[in-house]
Design a protein around this ligand. Structure first.
Ligand code: FES
Length: 157
């Protein structure tokens, strides 16, 4: 994968070069790429003057970091009990069919990643689908198909 080293240096320069800045640096890099490509670890380690294993250790310790490619749009379906009984599973299947991927996977064009979660803490408005951090309650298969279409076309409100 092509890494914009200038952009990385910019991010690293923002935080200063010491071991304690690894987490915010990796967070910013993930924001840039939506995941952490392997190539960035060596650059971060070199720039901070710390062992590669230390950078890799942080990236693998925190669940928030993804070492697998993630799409531009992250679709999360709640499959907690309340959302599940209201059709969460059917909604997940509709998304899988529409995008051609299973939960935990990313489309080849890196546009979408589908994830599931167990309860987002707002069961009353379930079933819930989250698209790029925005919550959509009372979802149905039909609604989610049109939400995907809007997201794909960049017309989501
Ligand atoms: S089960 Fe979906 S928000 Fe609680």
């Amino acid at each position: 994968m092509e890494i914009d080293t200038k952009k990385l240096e910019e991010i690293i320069g923002k935080y200063g070069k010491c071991k304690s800045t690894v987490i915010p640096i990796l967070q910013d890099i993930q924001e840039e790429y939506n995941w952490l490509p392997e190539e960035v670890f060596e650059i971060v380690a070199q720039e901070l003057g710390i062992p590669l294993m230390d950078v890799y250790g942080v990236a693998t310790f925190y669940r928030t970091f993804s070492l697998k490619p993630r799409g531009k749009h992250i679709i999360t379906v709640c499959l907690g009990t309340a959302c599940h009984v209201r059709g969460g599973q059917r909604i997940t299947e509709t998304i899988s069919r529409e995008l051609g991927i299973n939960p935990g996977e990313t489309t080849e064009d890196l546009k979408f990643t589908l994830e599931t979660v167990n309860c987002l803490g707002c069961c009353a408005i379930g079933p819930i689908v989250v698209v790029d951090g925005e919550y959509y309650g009372g979802m149905t298969s039909q609604k989610v198909a049109s939400l995907l279409k809007k997201t794909r076309g960049g017309k989501r409100e």
